[in-house]
Design a binder for this molecule. Structure first.
Ligand SMILES: Nc1ncnc2c1ncn2[C@@H]1O[C@H](COP(=O)(O)OP(=O)(O)OP(=O)(O)O)[C@@H](O)[C@H]1O
Length: 280
């Protein structure tokens, strides 16, 4: 069963085509990562899906309904978003920001219910901000802001989550905690992600983007290969397996570097990577 289907999506800004004929499918309940170099179009694709941008052509279909036919509030009951930019123009407290996640369920002037407040409290606890209710959002650290916005997305209680580099600003402890939390929700998740090891740990499928196009889609094992990392990101990598969780593990290597004249942690342009030395 499909949660999301995108057909021939094109998107341009100022006559520059940024997304070029994108078609993809996200299976229901899966965790799908979007990987690709800076500027490849990951955020722009997500913004088209969560309707910040309007596609130039093509269709975005969520649960068999065309998103362009949906009202904003209905859309917010179905898609929660953790976007990359978190600049707030106004000064809200942490609790006020998280409460905003309940807005799709409120009619105008309706106050927050006990259930709303309970959800807000629970999510703040889950992201480790239970003592932060009255703190001003604008004075928080980058990681605390990110955790507040995650809590806001989660109280929206949708069954589809869009994340744009969710672990941005988070220390490794919170990165793992956040990804575990999202994974435990078992809801369809589409996330732009830079860290290949995080992608390998949490994603069921990966979409690879390059220059505004989707160039590959598949399981982590199909997609994360040393050839792909070289072709798409221009880096050399050794890909092994973590013997405990059986997940792929990526370790990067210099293109050409020697310690005391001996090189052993890098590959040459012709692919040679054994221990060797140079006179120069
Ligand atoms: N509002 C805009 N006006 C003009 N160009 C834009 C705009 N938004 C994005 N772009 C361009 O579109 C391309 C794709 O940008 P996008 O932010 O989607 O890439 P990304 O893959 O998410 O990158 P990153 O990994 O750096 O976050 C870039 O070349 C970017 O400069």
């Amino acid at each position: 069963m499909l949660k999301l289907k995108i057909k021939n999506l094109r998107f341009s800004i100022d006559k520059k085509e940024i997304l070029k004929d994108i078609s993809l499918e996200v299976p229901k309940g899966s965790f799908v990562g979007i990987i690709g170099p800076n500027g490849s179009g990951k955020s722009t694709l997500l913004k088209n899906i969560y309707r910040l941008y309007k596609p130039s052509s093509g269709n975005i279909i969520l649960d068999n309904k065309d998103l362009s036919d949906m009202k904003d509030k209905d859309c917010a009951k179905q898609i929660a978003v953790l976007a990359q930019e978190s600049n707030s123009q106004f000064d809200f407290t942490v609790e006020q920001i998280v409460k905003m996640g309940r807005y799709p369920y409120k009619s105008i002037f309706e106050d927050y219910s006990k259930t709303d407040l309970k959800m807000v409290k629970e999510m703040l606890q889950k992201v480790g901000l239970d003592e932060y209710n009255d703190r001003s959002f604008s004075n928080l650290s980058g990681g605390e802001k990110q955790r507040t916005l995650i809590a806001r997305a989660l109280v929206q209680n949708t069954d589809f989550l869009i994340l744009d580099e969710p672990t941005n600003h988070l220390d490794i402890g919170y990165q793992i905690q956040l990804m575990d939390l999202i994974k435990s929700l078992n809801i369809t998740t589409l996330s732009a992600i830079h860290d290949m090891n995080m992608a390998s740990m949490y994603c069921d499928y990966l979409i690879v983007m390059k220059e505004g196009k989707v160039i590959d889609f598949g399981t982590v094992e199909d997609v994360i290969t040393s050839q792909m990392l070289k072709e798409v990101f221009g880096v050399n990598a050794y890909i092994g397996k973590n013997p405990i969780n059986n997940k792929l593990q990526v370790s990067y290597m210099h293109v050409h570097e020697h310690v005391n004249g001996v090189g052993c942690d890098h590959v040459h342009e012709d692919g040679f990577s054994g221990v060797h030395s140079h006179t120069v």
